[in-house]
Design a protein around this ligand. Structure first.
Ligand code: PEP
Ligand code: MN
Length: 358
């Protein structure tokens, strides 16, 4: 049983609640870079500045952050531009230093959320502290692990508590750096309806051209806001260069987002349509992913001189999807038609590969 958490408070007090936008560079790199990013973020209408000071990097030897010196630059940005400031903490020492610099909140990164010992240490250090705490999803799509981390922080008395969906590590070919698995944050919301949940399209997409569509998708699904990476010269960034956008692009993108009405049901038909559009987008993404795999299989068949159509495999696949579809209340003929079409397209792709090889 998940605890109810009925007594949560607004994350950032006086910041207008919905949608909550947080933006700023992946990492604070220099005083000039941070202040320029902060000015750009403020100009784009965003009230909360993010920047990583200690960076958890997959590869040793990558840029691991400036460290506590960068907190002074963040405090300066806060004063100059009237922004709230937040940073990532992964240890009690980070937390102490960040609170010492007067941060308005902290986030717990995906790698830390994955480790209950590390999360508990931060939770213990948060006892008696009134700050916003945002828990990013764990690296693996395990909602219990995410809820567990949130409960640890809640149990320490933190009431300005939120979550960030940043996608999940995956070995599959997807267009994303981290697979969204939207059903996981949706389940988190079902279990903790009063928790503020934001989405981080930058770490999900991993590419700046995906940020706008992922942001819209998150708002369509009812997320309470976004955390976006924004850098004055994205290509020069010392971490996550490919996914950061300029402050100008941020302003433009935010202005172009369609906001969900506060009350679902005001205009029920367009809510339904929005939902359908989101599902259709997911279907298209999955089809693209499936065709990628079909292409890889095609290459394998070509290399091993195998026939493109393997009849036994085709019949087995059709029977399996029909059975699964029937169990979910769909008609066999409907699913049969769809999968025949999908299979035809895979075959066409593989034949094309053979042709191109001649
Ligand atoms: C970040 O926000 O820069 C970051 C490191 O995020 P995550 O923990 O989601 O990888
Ligand atoms: Mn980053």
């Amino acid at each position: 049983m998940t605890m109810p958490m009925n007594d949560l408070k607004p994350l950032f007090g006086d910041v207008a609640q919905e949608p909550i936008y947080i933006a700023g560079p992946c990492s604070a790199e220099s005083r000039e870079q941070l202040l320029e990013a902060a000015r750009g973020v403020a100009d784009a209408g965003v009230a909360i500045l993010r920047a990583g000071v200690w960076k958890p990097r997959t590869k040793p030897g990558s840029f691991e952050g400036i460290g506590s010196r960068a907190l002074d630059w963040m405090a300066e940005a806060r004063e100059r531009y009237g922004l709230k400031i937040i940073t990532e903490v992964a240890t009690p020492e980070h937390l102490e230093l960040a609170l010492g610099a007067g941060v308005d909140g902290v986030w717990i990164g995906a790698r830390t959320t994955t480790n209950p010992f590390a999360t508990q240490q931060i939770a213990d250090a948060l006892r008696g502290v009134d700050t916003a705490v945002i828990v990013k999803n764990p690296v693996i799509p395990d909602v219990d692990l995410w809820v567990g981390a949130i409960e640890r922080i809640y149990n320490s008395g933190v009431r300005r508590l939120g979550a960030v969906h940043r996608g999940f590590g995956t070995q599959q070919t997807t267009p994303y750096r981290n697979a969204p698995h939207w059903s996981v944050p949706i389940e988190l919301h079902r279990r903790l309806p009063s928790l503020t949940i934001l989405s981080d399209p930058s770490h999900i997409g991993g590419r700046r051209d995906l940020v706008a569509q992922l942001s819209q998708q998150a708002l369509d699904l009812g997320f309470s806001g976004l955390m976006i990476e924004c850098h004055p010269s994205p290509d020069m960034a010392l971490s996550d260069a490919a996914q950061q956008i300029t402050p100008a692009a941020l302003g433009e993108m935010l202005a172009g987002l369609q906001l969900r009405r506060a009350h679902v049901g005001d205009n029920a038909i367009s809510d339904y349509r929005l939902h359908i559009d989101t599902i259709d987008n997911r279907i298209i993404e999955l089809l693209a992913e499936r065709m990628d795999v079909a292409r890889e299989i095609g290459e394998y068949k070509l290399k091993h001189n195998m026939a493109v159509v393997q009849h036994d495999r085709y019949n087995e696949m059709l029977m399996a999807v029909e059975m699964r579809a029937e169990a979910m209340g769909l008609t066999k003929s409907f699913i049969h038609q769809i999968f025949r079409t999908i299979h035809e397209e895979s075959v066409r792709l593989q034949i094309q590969l053979k042709e191109d090889d001649k």
